[in-house]
Design a protein around this ligand. Structure first.
Ligand code: HEM
Length: 192
């Protein structure tokens, strides 16, 4: 199958944003699930960090979305079947949707909270409440449920995404993963 040529790569900005956001989202999911447990040490600090990194993901993802709309991604391997291309596009846009929706749902949840707990992003910047969201236990529970459902959707999507990347790397051996690598070295010849 065709290997990706050196020019068929994502831009360095897209690559940097992809891996930075991926790392932050995985951390947010792992620590998000852990911090809700009573036994988690330093829970207050972990909650504050969760909210800080969550808002950072929102800012970076909006930047990434703007970059993506202005820079066409490299073409997919020509041998890829149409159904895989459709799933790949759908997954990518679902990722963008979740990357924006998840932080907004978290932000809406804390805005609706009746507890007087202020959020200081990275212990520096106070996070204001989202406008139009009144404090109410029902609204907080509503956004909390959606935030939790979003988290499980995220986990499923990440599993699908990693599974597909591994299949391309080790089964199809079509060099797709290299498109998202930092190194710009020319692609090696495919193994027969
Ligand atoms: C991409 C961004 C984010 C991801 C992937 C994420 C992920 C998670 C996960 C997996 C949980 C545990 C779900 C549960 O078991 O209830 C959680 C809980 C929570 N998240 Fe996020 N989150 C994100 C952004 C945010 C933001 C921006 C805020 C607030 C500004 C926030 C506030 C919270 C709070 C307060 C909880 C705890 C809810 C509880 O006490 O049960 N999250 N998050």
């Amino acid at each position: 199958m065709a290997m990706a040529a050196a020019s068929d790569r994502y831009t360095r900005v897209a690559v940097a944003l992809h891996w930075l956001i991926a790392l932050m989202v995985i951390g947010l999911i792992v620590f998000g699930l852990l911090m809700t447990k009573e036994w988690m040490p330093n829970r207050f600090a972990v909650y504050q960090l969760h909210k800080s990194f969550g808002i950072a993901v929102l800012v970076l993802s909006l930047g990434r979305l703007v970059w993506r709309l202005r820079h066409r991604p490299p073409p997919l391997p020509t041998a890829m079947p149409v159904w895989q291309i459709r799933i790949s596009h759908a997954t990518h846009w679902l990722f963008y949707g979740l990357l924006v929706a998840m932080p907004l749902l978290g932000w809406a949840m804390v805005s609706a909270s009746t507890l007087p707990v202020p959020t200081l992003l990275f212990w520096l910047v106070p996070l204001p409440d989202l406008p139009g969201i009144g404090e109410s236990e029902a609204a907080e529970a509503f956004f909390k449920d959606l935030h939790e459902i979003g988290a499980y959707l995220f986990i499923a999507l990440i599993a699908l995404h990693i599974g597909a990347a591994l299949k391309h790397q080790f089964v199809d051996r079509d060099g797709l993963l290299r498109r998202m690598s930092w190194r710009r070295s020319p692609a090696k010849a495919p193994r027969p």
